[in-house]
Design a protein around this ligand. Structure first.
Ligand code: NAP
Ligand code: ZN
Length: 352
């Protein structure tokens, strides 16, 4: 074991503070990574503040962070994919059983024994896993991703969650040229959704509650922007969408989007507000529409997404912050005041 520096929350209401944690020495299949950047996902905030306590209670001290990029510092004797000095990425998962049908299908996120990067039982050290708000992490090589060398690293970190979470459902539902695609909520996930939908050739419409994000939405690749609180603007798009991705983190009315789908259209939720949604049955029945969900993506698809981003030069638009600004960043995230992902520069942890 060795000591790593980290930032932890001691309770749902405590601010983050500097701490030291134990990490395991790499075993034969492990990769040790010096973390260079870690994105801040709204899921980190939901979890650490106890908003998902019914489904997933947080264990304190809690160290979130699942959008990790860094450099390999050590590998175990049986590791084949990585060597010291390589760039590496880690997303939301660090382990799974590897034998169940989900794992065999490359959908490790649905494995009943999947281990999350933070707040899951740690089979090596006991307690729970600790995430990327830290200067290093040790992960089984099966869950370490190759990072294209041409991409900006601060903007690459968010691909490990916001990227794959938007890429996967768009691939699954055939977002492509000739399709009209909506993205609801221009946050960390939403802005990646816009970039991918654009790269796949779709006609992209952004729905936002923030009129001041209009110009950015167009710059990020949207063809049209709708301020969703304006009923007239919404009505103009009635019954016209093939696919809508809902990436909203807070309580909102999904019926307003169901009525924008054409026959057989699909509304996929990736946003995970704490409160249950109310759905009007006729909103689905009329037009034979589908409401679905999607959870990150499996390891093979995450690698495919990173390679796609390397080939198309796609990264997140980030505000790079020192870790000392973590508490402030959380408050701004709650106000939808980030363009469009915070990425923590872990060099700032050296001075703590
Ligand atoms: P984020 O950066 O905070 O973005 C959320 C966006 O939702 C905001 O920028 C805002 O966009 C919109 N929004 C916020 N409050 C709203 C309200 N009251 N009514 C309508 N719109 C509102 O969050 P994120 O990191 O992208 O995460 C989004 C959600 O996805 C979270 O719930 C997170 O837990 C979840 N998530 C799910 C997965 C998965 O695998 N399914 C993975 C990661 C995250 P506008 O300003 O444009 O309106
Ligand atoms: Zn996330």
């Amino acid at each position: 074991m060795y000591n790593a520096k980290a930032y932890a929350a001691a309770s749902a209401t405590s601010p983050f503070a500097s701490t030291r944690i134990a990490r395991r020495d790499p075993t034969e299949h492990d990769v040790q990574i010096e973390i260079l950047f870690c994105g801040i996902c709204h899921s980190d905030l939901h979890l650490v503040r106890g908003e998902w306590s019914g489904l997933m209670p947080a264990v304190y001290p809690c160290i979130p962070g699942h959008e990790i990029v860094g450099r390999v510092t050590k590998v175990g004797s049986a590791v084949t994919k990585f060597k010291r000095g390589d760039l590496a990425g880690v997303g939301c998962m660090v382990d799974s059983d590897g034998t169940c049908p989900e794992c065999q299908a490359g959908l490790e996120q649905f494995c009943p024994n999947m281990i999350l990067t933070y707040n899951s039982p740690d089979k090596h050290l006991g307690g729970v896993t600790y995430g990327g708000y830290s200067d290093s992490i040790v992960v089984d090589e099966r869950f370490v991703l190759r990072v294209p060398s041409n991409l900006n690293l601060a903007g690459t970190a968010p691909l490990l969650c916001a990227g794959i979470t938007t890429y996967s459902p768009m691939r699954r539902w055939g977002v492509s040229k000739g399709k009209k695609v909506g993205v609801v909520g221009l946050g960390g996930l939403g802005h990646m959704g816009v970039k991918f939908a654009r790269a796949f050739g779709a006609h992209v419409v952004v729905f936002t509650t923030s009129p001041n994000k209009k110009e950015d939405a167009l710059r990020l690749g949207a063809d049209e922007v709708v301020v969703s609180r304006n009923a007239n603007e919404m009505q103009k798009h009635a019954a016209s969408f093939d696919f809508i991705l809902d990436a909203v983190s807070a309580d909102h009315d999904v019926n307003a989007y169901l009525q924008l789908l054409r026959r057989d259209g699909i509304l996929t939720l990736v946003g995970a507000p704490a409160k249950p949604l109310a759905v009007v049955a006729f909103g689905l029945i009329l037009g034979r529409k589908s409401l679905s969900g999607s959870l990150i993506g499996g390891i093979p698809e995450t690698q495919e997404m990173l390679d796609f981003c390397g080939a198309h030069n796609i990264t997140a638009d980030v505000e790079v912050i020192p870790i000392q600004k973590l508490n402030e960043a959380y408050e701004r995230l709650l106000k939808s005041d980030v363009k469009y992902r915070f990425s923590i520069d872990m060099a700032s942890l050296k001075s703590t």
